[in-house]
Design a protein. Structure first.
Lengths: 204, 359
């Protein structure tokens, strides 16, 4: 124990986030081994929020994988700041989403999973245990018809979203409630603009 | 994408009845596995490994070849053929012909192969009648023409010929992993070999190994990687290609006049879904020849039958471009539904298509 260096250790135990997400989370990043839920009605911004969480980490050299997102908008992801060279996509895992996710856990630092159907208690538990063991960060993108069945470390619940229009769609305000067990820093409601006119995520 | 070293042991290609083939093959995997942990069994007689890591570790491609040859010869007394190319299809051909291709040479190599290399008798015969003798000739055929004339199986081969798929269907023995597992009584792929080729790219190697595992589970199109290229609208600019297929690195820095402004949809349908727009009298809304809508759309009908109210429309933004020889006309509109969802639609060929969702 005496040989552990707490400072470096603490640093490497966090996968970095960009703003506006860093200031909404304890330690300004995602703790390795933790599970995060992004919960939203389909079509109201959940996917943008979840993928945006990859931007800083991928730019800093961390690998990420996206399981169960059928048709990822690669241009939009690039606009969000995601470095696509370090993202693996498993768009249609069919019945094998949990197995594919488990295969990827050893190889990436961030894993986004959109379960195609309501995840079972057992499958969720197994995945979360494995994530804790491997020091990966699991981001589950869920919707009201298929919620994540277990309590998680950090959650973003999208409560409403509103588009700003001119002669086209310009930007969207997304209101989200931050929660989770333990020391989740900035609980409560926050408004984030995602995407803004350039396709980025910014604090209002 | 990555250069694969393929190792072909001809004498193990045909299985002998005494079970020695599987045992010898297993020994090859073990021997090579000591040199590179990411060796992947393909089928009896054939295995591959990504060359980049070992090459850096051993100090060059030649050093890796020498190490592989020596250890297989020492342990098994076997001579093996080695070849290097991008993607399994070309890697196997390269091994059989003992060719080592540098990065970027795979396309020319693939195109020069005889049509027979795709392993489809009927295609080879028909091709000969049509004056198509090489994989390259076949690749140059228009995909729509191939779809009209040939079966689904040939359409897949066409994608292999074009380099869109890294390997032939059936090139891998899907039961091999289970057989090896049984023969050995344990896991075939070793875990946790991170850092083997040095700290700096341990993360990359780990990610590649994970991608290998998923591809094994889900098939050659199970894992995709994204590339951006030039284009005016998001569905043209994004490409998702199977992980492990040869990269055709296209820079996205050329200016594209007329690019659709504003944020892009975070869901970009690779197969657009046919939809209908209706006005308040339930008549279909059409794109006029002058680039305007025949009426203001008030509802969106998905062809599955569900109907959604439209609260706001922007566009149309017409787009005319030369697509191969014929002119391609499209127009895009954005719609905001009463549920709060925003979508990107395209009009083309007298129909409306859902091409993107701003989730």
């Amino acid at each position: 124990m005496a040989t552990l260096r707490p400072v470096t250790l603490a640093k490497s135990r966090i996968v970095p986030l960009s703003e506006p997400w860093a200031s909404l989370t304890p330690g300004g990043g995602l703790r390795r081994g933790s599970t995060v839920v992004v919960h939203a009605q389909p079509g109201l911004g959940g996917l943008s929020v979840a993928l945006s969480l990859l931007s800083e980490a991928s730019a800093k050299g961390h690998w990420a994988a996206v399981v169960g997102v059928d048709d990822p908008g690669v241009v939009a992801m690039s606009d969000l700041g995601v470095d696509l060279r370090r993202v693996l996509f498993v768009p249609r895992p069919r019945g094998a989403w949990a197995e594919a996710a488990a295969d990827l856990l050893d190889g990436v630092d961030l894993l986004i999973v959109r379960p195609p159907s309501r995840p079972s208690h057992g499958a969720a538990r197994k995945l979360m245990d494995r994530v804790r063991e491997r020091g990966t960060v699991l981001i589950a993108l869920t919707e009201p018809s298929a919620p994540w069945p277990l309590p998680v470390d950090l959650s973003f619940h999208l409560t409403s979203s509103r588009w700003i229009m001119s002669s086209r769609l310009d930007a969207r305000y997304v209101t989200l409630r931050v929660g989770g067990r333990g020391e989740a820093a900035r609980r409560g409601e926050h408004v984030v603009m995602v995407p803004d006119a350039q396709g980025r995520a910014v604090a209002r | 994408m990555e250069r694969l070293l393929a190792l072909w042991a001809e004498s193990l290609g045909e299985e002998r009845p005494d079970g020695s083939t599987l045992r010898d093959y297993l020994r090859i995997l073990d021997v090579v596995g000591v040199l590179c942990p990411f060796v992947e069994p393909v089928r009896l007689g054939l295995c591959t490994l990504p060359l980049r890591g070992p090459s850096r570790f051993f100090g060059g491609d030649e050093a890796v070849f020498a190490a592989v040859r020596h250890s297989v010869r020492d342990v098994l007394g076997l001579e093996v053929s080695l070849g290097v190319a991008e993607g399994l299809f070309c890697a196997e051909l390269a091994a059989r012909q003992e060719v080592v291709l540098a990065l970027g040479q795979t396309t020319a190599f693939r195109r020069a192969q005889p049509l027979m290399a795709l392993g489809h008798k009927e295609l080879t015969t028909t091709g000969r009648r049509l004056g198509i003798y090489t994989v390259g000739d076949f690749a140059d055929l228009d995909a729509a023409r191939v779809a009209e004339r040939f079966s689904a199986a040939v359409r897949v081969l066409h994608r292999v010929a074009r380099g869109e798929l890294p390997e032939l269907p059936g090139q891998r023995d899907t039961r091999l992993a289970a057989r090896l597992h049984g023969a050995r009584g344990e896991d075939v792929v070793g875990d946790e070999q991170a850092g083997f080729f040095g700290q700096r790219t341990a993360g990359d190697d780990r990610a590649h190994a994970a991608a290998h595992r998923v591809r094994h589970r889900l098939g050659p199109e199970g894992v995709l990687v994204a590339r951006l290229r030039g284009g005016r609208v998001p569905e043209d600019r994004a490409t998702l290609t199977p992980w492990g297929s040869p990269s055709r690195e296209v820079r996205d820095d050329a200016p594209w006049p007329g690019r659709l402004a504003g944020p892009s949809p975070i869901t970009s349908l690779h197969q657009p879904v046919a939809v209908e727009l209706r006005d308040d009298t339930d008549e279909p809304v059409r794109m006029g020849a002058r680039g305007s809508l025949s009426a203001a759309p008030t509802s969106l009908v998905l062809l599955r039958g569900s109907r959604r109210g439209i609260v706001w429309v922007a566009g149309p933004w017409p787009l005319v471009e030369r697509w191969w020889a014929s002119e391609r006309r499209r127009a895009h509109v954005q719609v905001l539904l009463d549920s709060g969802e925003a979508m990107l639609l395209a009009a083309e060929g007298g129909r409306w298509w859902l091409v993107g969702i701003y989730d």
